[in-house]
Structure formats: C-alpha cells, structure tokens
Write a protein that binds this ligand. Structure first.
Ligand SMILES: CC(C)(COP(=O)(O)OP(=O)(O)OC[C@H]1O[C@@H](n2cnc3c(N)ncnc32)[C@H](O)[C@@H]1OP(=O)(O)O)[C@@H](O)C(=O)NCCC(=O)NCCS
Length: 165
C-alpha cells in the first residue's frame, strides 16, 4: 500500500506522542514542546505518513537540512504496525527527501544496538554501521548502547539506481 508524507501540524502532536509511546522501548520519547520546536525549525522536517485511506501509519523526523556539510540526520522513524513494509517505504521517502530535495551528502542515524527490526531495515536500505556508542543511555538501572548508521549519496544512487538530480 502506498504511503504519502505530510508535514506534521501542531494539532497532530498528541497523535505523534501516542505513536512514540507505542514504539517504546525503541525510541526515547520527546515532550510535546520538542515536537513543536521541530515543526517550527526550518532545518528540520517533521512528517506524518498516511496510507491511501488517510490513516496515520507512522511519522519521521529529519534534522540538519541544508547544513554546509550536507549531513542530514534521520532523528526518528516510527511505524504503527511493523512488518507490513511501511518502514521500507518511509526510509525510501527519507532518502529521496534528503538526497534529491536537499542535496545531502550523507544521511545518518542512531539506533539501539538491540533493535533487530530497525537494524534489518537500515541494512536492507544500504546503510552501513559506523560505530557504537557504548552504554550511552541510562534507563533506570540499565545502560543501553547505540550504533551509528549512515549512507552516502553515491552509495544511495548506486544501491537505489537513482541518477543525480
Ligand atoms: C523499525 C521499524 C520502523 C521498521 O518498520 P517496518 O514497517 O516493520 O519495516 P518493514 O516491514 O518495511 O521491514 C523492513 C525489513 O526489516 C525486516 N524486519 C522487520 N522486522 C523485523 C524483525 N523483527 N526481525 C528481523 N527483521 C525484521 C523485514 O524482514 C524487512 O526486510 P524484507 O523486506 O527483506 O523482508 C518499525 O519496526 C518500528 O517503527 N519500530 C518501532 C520504532 C523504532 O524502532 N524505530 C527506529 C528507531 S532507530
């Protein structure tokens, strides 16, 4: 099923916050005020993905758009019903947005080292693991680690067969 991405509206923030709660423990939820700030930030994109019926199927946040290094971060990607291909569609959208619309040089992200589903998605999309931030997040009495993943523009074009715009 096709998905379309629309800029998140302020009144949709409670829906986004609810999706983050459903995505625990794989994301560190933001307060509504941070979502609000990201929506207003011209160097960020906060978008809701909707299926053909208009139902919200997930959301994503990109940061660093237009920075001089061309280094864009996929800050967040969340899908409400995993395992139906929405994550792949959203990742393709994010890559096109970063590389074709914003002429990014690299797209990068952080992922918890035990997030098997997300890691499978990123590797399927051609992203490479760059390193590990060991035990960098404290959750109660538990330390959690993150991997950095990235894909460069030339790798994206080679993998996804997209010519330079
Ligand atoms: C990570 C997430 C976005 C993936 O979205 P999704 O819609 O489930 O992804 P897809 O259905 O497109 O699957 C993508 C690939 O990952 C693989 N995959 C999905 N879930 C998997 C799992 N639990 N274990 C192993 N592989 C898995 C699929 O096999 C698929 O590969 P394939 O097309 O070759 O079969 C989704 O699970 C999610 O929102 N999780 C909660 C929030 C989160 O973890 N966000 C990322 C934070 S960094």
């Amino acid at each position: 099923m096709a998905v379309s991405v629309f800029p998140t509206r302020t009144e949709e923030i409670p829906q986004v916050v609810a999706m983050e709660q459903e995505a625990l423990p794989w994301v560190c939820p933001f307060p509504a005020t941070r979502h609000e700030a990201l929506i207003a930030d011209p160097s960020a994109f906060h978008g809701i993905a909707r299926d053909e019926a208009g139902t919200a199927v997930g959301f994503l946040i990109l940061e660093g758009l237009g920075n001089p290094d061309g280094s864009v971060m996929l800050r967040r990607i969340v899908v409400r019903t995993p395992g139906h291909g929405f994550g792949s569609r959203l990742m393709r959208w994010a890559m096109q947005f970063a590389f074709d619309r914003w002429q990014a040089h690299r797209l990068w992200l952080e992922v918890f080292t035990d997030n098997v589903a997300a890691i499978a998605l990123y590797e399927k999309m051609g992203m490479q693991r760059e390193g590990e931030l060991r035990e960098c997040i404290r959750q109660g009495d538990r330390w959690r680690s993150l991997y950095y993943y990235s894909i460069l523009e030339r790798e994206y074009r080679q993998k996804h067969g997209m010519a330079h715009a």
